[in-house]
Design a protein around this ligand. Sequence first.
Ligand SMILES: Nc1ncnc2c1ncn2[C@@H]1O[C@H](COP(=O)(O)OP(=O)(O)OP(=O)(O)O)[C@@H](O)[C@H]1O
Ligand code: SF4
Ligand SMILES: [Mg+2]
Length: 335
Amino acid sequence: MMLEVDDLQIHYGTRDGAARAVDGASFVVPEGRIVGLVGESGCGKTTTVRAIMGVLSENGRQAGGRVVFKGQVMDEATTRRLRWRDIAYVPQSAMNSLDPVYTVGAQLTEVLTRRGGLSRAAARARSAELFDLVGLSERRLGDYPHQFSGGMRQRAAIAMALALEPSLLLADEPVTALDVIVQRQILDVLRSLQQRLGISMVLVTHDISVVAYLCDDVVVMYAGQVVESGPVREVLARPRHPYTMGLRNAFPDLLADAMELVPIGGSPPDLREPLSGCRFVPRCPFAQPACSLDLPPAAGEGHRSACRRDGEADSLRIAALDPRTWQRSSSFAMS
Ligand SMILES: Nc1ncnc2c1ncn2[C@@H]1O[C@H](COP(=O)(O)OP(=O)(O)OP(=O)(O)O)[C@@H](O)[C@H]1O
Ligand code: SF4
Ligand SMILES: [Mg+2]
């Protein structure tokens, strides 16, 4: 297994107490697969990938669980040793963080000399290779960020992450804020990188249609927990967790004409409050009183779902296709 995330718990210290941004998340990234990490804003996706990279913000700490990369438990020393060489990361908004006063090529060369210890000449040669790999012309190395389109800047950010030939790439929202055509181009770049380099990827997105387009497996997060995971085709064709059913209704298919979009009413819970039971209760159209009592463990092999009513998933899925089901839940959440 390339990566195992096992009962990961990440807390942020805040003035109002600890925010449990990731609260017992478990999932795996098999070799050579692209795993989509999906969920609404604030559900802990960025925190999860930053924890794997060992680059949590100052007030964040790992309060429990473990990350295992190719059989090695990632303690601080191991993480430092593997960071960028074996596990690399395209941060959220990376394409907007290029420095406007240096050429893109100079910034890429800088990354290669600083992180990889390459000589200037070797770094320049490698920069040209990396540009080619992400579909940018070598001639553009001398351009400044403002001469690049958004899609080109995102390609450059991906090239920087690939500088030291990692075997696992974590990409945080790599297509958010790009138009749909450019989104598809970047997703195609990621797919071709996966195929040419044989690497594994974790693709973070709030958009389930991006997962449908690119990913092999999907991990659905809600309020710091993994509620459903499994092979993409299976999970999207036959979601078993009501949150996944709701997400699927809320996004147009990248490839199909927009069908009626039905938002999930309400919003995710405040992670600084103590929470018990299923976190989706206030928004779930299928919630029952028992759902608030304790957390249902994820059930199933391969395709796993953590819902107390998992045994009724087939009939809930049919009900979830009816927009009126979700209107009912949103009026509950607001009342
Ligand atoms: N440095 C921090 N200090 C305190 N709380 C934080 C910090 N960073 C994130 N959080 C909180 O942790 C939770 C998870 O945030 P995170 O950024 O991981 O979510 P996300 O799923 O990546 O969201 P988005 O889709 O908006 O990027 C949120 O409630 C957020 O407010
Ligand atoms: S456990 Fe209950 S509230 Fe949670 S998703 Fe399942 S049915 Fe809905
Ligand atoms: Mg994020």
